[in-house]
Design a protein around this ligand. Structure first.
Ligand SMILES: [Zn+2]
Length: 229
């Protein structure tokens, strides 16, 4: 039997569309655009009889409990490239071998160390306060390669590239589903005074330009939206 690729499965089962970075959709020519639309099926929703594993396990444990779905697929922050693909595929196959569906994953906040490895210009994509201070996740307190757990902004191109990189790695394991974990974490940057990064300020200008009438702008003394911050 011909095995369907993850992309074929996802596209055939259209019902729920998850956007992890809606602002990207503004540009139809953006090569990232297509990849950010991930479709899952209601046919794949949980059943009452589902035996869900929150982590990968060994086949004996899957069989003992009659696992039907692994929802928190394997992800290593140490392995990369072929090594990572190979291990992800092995973990996925272990679940499939006992008849369980497998969900690979993309991490936002929990992937902070991997982001430092991935992006040499990480500071360009971090959530900022209005004074320009870089925000860090309050719940990840470690230091890695001399850098803190930077709060990623999903409006920034650099962070989007990292998330797509993870998605490609995860999909290379031929999973049944893809989880985008903590996909709304950037909104929590407001608690720390964010987000006033360049991407967000630029997006705000575009919002004002499109949604606020010239009369209102004039009444507030805003004569040039392109420099308004
Ligand atoms: Zn931002």
């Amino acid at each position: 039997m011909t095995r369907k690729t993850p992309k074929m499965k996802l596209l055939q089962q259209i019902s729920l569309m998850i956007l992890i970075a809606t602002p990207l959709l503004a540009s139809a020519a953006d090569p990232l655009r297509e990849s950010l639309i991930i479709r899952l099926s209601i046919d794949e929703s949980l059943k009452r009889s589902e035996v869900v594993f929150s982590r990968s396990a060994n086949p004996e444990v899957y069989q003992q409990y009659g696992a039907t779905l692994v929802v928190w697929g394997f992800r290593s922050w140490k392995l990369t490239g072929e090594e990572l693909t190979s291990e992800c595929r092995r973990q996925c196959d272990l679940a499939h071998d006992v008849g369980a569906r497998y969900q690979a994953r993309v991490e936002l906040d929990a992937g902070w160390r991997g982001w430092i490895d991935f992006d040499p210009n990480i500071e360009d994509s971090v959530c900022k306060t209005i004074e320009g201070k870089l925000l860090t996740y309050p719940f990840w307190t470690g230091i890695y390669k001399g850098k803190p757990a930077y709060f990623g902004c999903t409006n920034s191109k650099g962070y989007q590239r990292y998330l797509l990189h993870q998605a490609r790695e995860a999909l290379s394991s031929n999973p049944d589903r893809l989880m985008i974990d903590a996909m709304v974490v950037t909104t929590k940057a407001s608690r720390g005074g964010g987000c006033f990064c360049d991407a967000c300020v630029e997006g705000f200008r575009e919002h004002v330009q499109t949604n606020v009438s010239p009369d209102v702008l004039k009444n507030h003394g805003i004569t040039d939206v392109s420099t308004f911050d």
